[in-house]
Design a protein around this ligand. Structure first.
Ligand SMILES: NC(=O)c1ccc[n+]([C@@H]2O[C@H](COP(=O)([O-])OP(=O)(O)OC[C@H]3O[C@@H](n4cnc5c(N)ncnc54)[C@H](O)[C@@H]3O)[C@@H](O)[C@H]2O)c1
Length: 249
């Protein structure tokens, strides 16, 4: 059912050049979707688009700063001009900066909130009028917003807690026409957490029943499921993709 329901569907994916974003992009592409890939990393997102679809018929890319409302306007306009409408939105762009709370500046706090939370608002607000009934939004939270927490990343944890609350309220407001859900990854082996894994990888592994870190593809599969008709009765929920970290000991 997942295979069939995403064919030709139109997807906006932000943070598309990242470890998880690019895996989500490959999953949607394999399932036959048409995709607008948006990312701050213009070169990365443009090479991903041309590697997936050299013709540019089904996959296009835009340079996009999630913290800028005008970039959200431009991404949505480009998608609608090219594909006519939107079916699914996956706002995955985020930053994860190490900063002990004692020395965190207002500017550091604001920068994380502006990309990770304001950015989700900007792109959702502009996309929703173009999302067809039956469409979906899948936000990306983090274990940092749940039991996992994330010391030295209070701003990141707060932004992802905001994404969770945002998602539930939006799900209630948009149901049943548009289903809104969250995927909340645990530790996924991507550039975002490379430094963290160098410092604390063994500790994280010891509390992960799967005995390994997750892959972007495993997050992509959960996102595709929530966008597909296979999840048609799932609304306002969070799927945890964390190798069993919340099972307890
Ligand atoms: N990797 C993990 O362990 C993990 C865990 C929990 C949640 N997540 C979440 O998954 C999502 C993807 O993370 P990832 O691991 O692929 O990280 P990543 O660093 O590999 O990718 C993030 C992408 O976002 C882009 N980006 C950064 N700032 C941007 C901005 N201002 N505007 C637009 N794009 C911007 C980057 O260029 C990059 O391509 C994020 O929302 C992240 O918070 C990741």
């Amino acid at each position: 059912m997942i295979e069939n329901s995403l064919r030709d569907q139109v997807v906006i994916l932000t943070g598309a050049a990242g470890g998880i974003g690019s895996a989500i992009a490959r999953t949607f592409h394999r399932l036959g979707a048409r995709i607008l890939l948006a990312d701050y990393d213009e070169q990365g997102v443009s090479s991903l688009a041309s590697s997936l679809d050299p013709t540019g018929e089904r996959v296009i890319s835009v340079a996009y700063d999630a913290s800028k409302p005008a970039d959200a306007d431009a991404a949505v306009s480009t998608c609608v001009a090219r594909f006519g409408h939107i079916d699914h939105l996956v706002p995955a762009a985020a930053i994860f900066e190490d900063q002990p709370f004692a020395t965190m500046t207002d500017a550091q706090w604001r920068r994380t909130m502006s990309v990770n939370l304001d950015g989700v608002f900007y792109i959702c607000r502009r996309s929703i009028p173009h999302i067809r009934p039956g469409g979906t939004i899948v936000t990306i939270a983090s274990s940092a917003a749940h039991e996992g927490c994330s010391p030295q990343h209070v701003h990141y944890g707060a932004s992802k807690g905001g994404v969770l609350a945002f998602t539930k309220s939006l799900a209630r407001e948009l149901s049943p026409n548009i289903r809104v859900n969250t995927v909340s990854p645990g530790t996924i082996d991507t550039p975002m957490v490379a430094d963290l894994l160098r410092q604390k990888g063994d500790k994280f592994l010891s509390i992960t029943p799967a005995g390994r870190f997750g892959t972007g593809e495993e997050v992509g599969d959960a996102v595709a499921f929530l966008c597909s008709n296979a999840s048609s009765y799932i609304m306002g929920q969070t799927i945890h993709v964390n190798g069993g970290s919340y099972m307890g000991g």
